[in-house]
Design a protein around this ligand. Structure first.
Ligand SMILES: NC(=O)c1ccc[n+]([C@@H]2O[C@H](COP(=O)([O-])OP(=O)(O)OC[C@H]3O[C@@H](n4cnc5c(N)ncnc54)[C@H](O)[C@@H]3O)[C@@H](O)[C@H]2O)c1
Ligand SMILES: O=P(O)(O)OC[C@@H](O)[C@@H](O)[C@H](O)[C@H](O)CO
Length: 381
């Protein structure tokens, strides 16, 4: 069985690639990192190392690589023959790879009518749906029906902390032992891919919101508050009592929303939070605050980890005080090596807090969230 996976990065190699290998797939990674592609083709295998006391090591074999931009014909042919297509490139890159995937699917369905599932393994609500929309834009209108009748577009939630790597062999990747991959069953086409460790659910929204608003909201608040306090890593940030308490306050707010909306049991959710904090403070992982804080403009999006739970709480007449503080912290993120942080700071300088926040978040300028964030700035001046 052939898998085509876009993004040979941390999650691509450390999570999806491993599960695909264990399930018997030969995985062709598509990336723009030439060194990574060359190494994959030379070595045809790499190692996944667990960040734990025993330090278990797993070999992932049957891998190869193709450059997304310089070898487009090879990418197209890999898509023609794929049994599954997955991505882990970052949500912002999905419209970029849509072009080549659309070409590949077009050629595929000219040659045969074997259905294929595409699963975007990104941190986003409706990641595969975003890719599907971008694919339709890249496909001639007369081929839309054929594309939609032969392609499955299930959304997914993926959870495994894979920090930036410092391995001797750049192909090797250290990951936390915990993982969760949940895929939307009703949108699967034809036979369900049998991948050990990937679970199918009918109500993905509950799982993705629980994951995004707990793991990722908690992670992001830790990172932005940590950055403000000059902490280097997520673990170091959480060792600061004041940061820890602010993070817990945020998780109690998002927890209230998740438990009410999806009827998760309160005690189970508190255990879920405790487990996540223990994952963040895993002593075998060095996870820099700047990795977790990356792309702050994206993270302030309307359907993202801060604004979505904050506005949903507000709709229930609950004022999201702790989340507002988190948003205030995001606006302080001025890391010069993150292009989005640089643009965000430039925009804040030019347009001020209310206009900037309103534009990046999609909230109205008179939203109580925007007003409360501005008030925090005034109070700390
Ligand atoms: N690292 C984690 O802990 C984690 C966990 C769950 C989900 N995710 C999600 O997985 C996705 C990837 O994150 P990551 O941490 O692996 O990032 P990463 O930067 O390590 O990997 C992304 C890869 O995509 C490649 N890429 C960029 N543009 C490309 C293009 N046009 N064509 C093909 N490849 C391209 C990059 O070269 C890189 O190798 C993100 O959506 C992230 O939110 C990450
Ligand atoms: O990947 P991002 O930028 O959406 O979020 C940063 C981290 O919170 C994220 O990568 C987590 O490590 C991951 O989502 C854990 O499953």
């Amino acid at each position: 069985m052939q898998a085509v996976h876009f993004g040979a990065g941390n999650i691509g190699r450390g999570f999806i690639g491993k599960l695909l290998y264990d399930a018997g797939y030969q995985t062709c990674f598509i990336d723009v990192n030439q060194d990574m592609i060359d190494r994959l083709n030379e070595e045809k295998k790499y190692r996944v190392i667990y960040a734990e006391e025993e330090g278990r090591v797993f070999e992932v074999g049957n891998v190869s690589g193709i450059h997304s931009l310089t070898e487009p014909e090879k990418v197209v042919d890999a898509i023609v023959n794929a049994d599954i297509i997955t991505t882990a490139v970052g949500t912002n890159i999905l419209p970029v790879i849509a072009k080549i995937i659309a070409r590949g699917l077009d050629k595929r369905y000219q040659q045969h009518d074997r259905p294929v599932n595409i699963i975007a393994c990104e941190n986003a609500i409706g990641g595969t749906t975003l890719l599907k929309q971008a694919l339709l834009e890249e496909t001639a209108a007369e081929n839309h029906d054929r594309l939609l009748s032969l392609t499955g577009f299930p959304n997914a939630a993926v959870d495994r902390i894979v920090p930036n790597q410092q391995q001797e062999n750049p192909l090797d990747v250290m990951v936390e032992p915990f993982f969760e991959w949940v895929t939307e069953e009703p949108k699967i086409i034809a036979e369900k891919p049998a991948i050990d460790g990937m679970n199918y659910v009918t109500n993905l929204e509950a799982y993705i919101e629980r994951k995004l608003f707990t793991v990722n909201t908690g992670h992001a608040v830790t990172a932005y508050l940590g950055y403000m306090e000059s902490k280097q890593t997520i673990k170091e940030a959480l060792e600061d009592r004041q940061i820890y308490e602010k993070v817990m306050a945020v998780l109690q707010e998002t927890g209230k929303l998740i438990c009410r909306k999806y009827h998760f049991h309160e005690n189970d959710h508190q255990e879920y939070i405790a487990k996540i904090i223990s994952r963040f403070t895993n002593p075998f992982i060095v996870d820099e605050v700047t990795r977790v804080a990356r792309t702050p403009i994206k993270k302030l999006g309307y359907n993202e980890r801060f604004i979505s739970p904050a506005r949903q709480l507000l709709e229930q007449d609950i004022f999201p005080k702790a989340l507002v503080y988190g948003i205030f912290a995001v606006l302080h993120y001025n890391y010069e090596n993150d292009p989005e942080a640089v643009s965000l700071q430039a925009k804040l300088q030019a347009d001020g807090i209310k206009k900037t926040l309103s534009e990046v978040s999609g909230l109205t300028i008179d939203s109580p969230i925007v007003t409360a964030v501005e008030k925090l700035f005034q109070e700390t001046r």
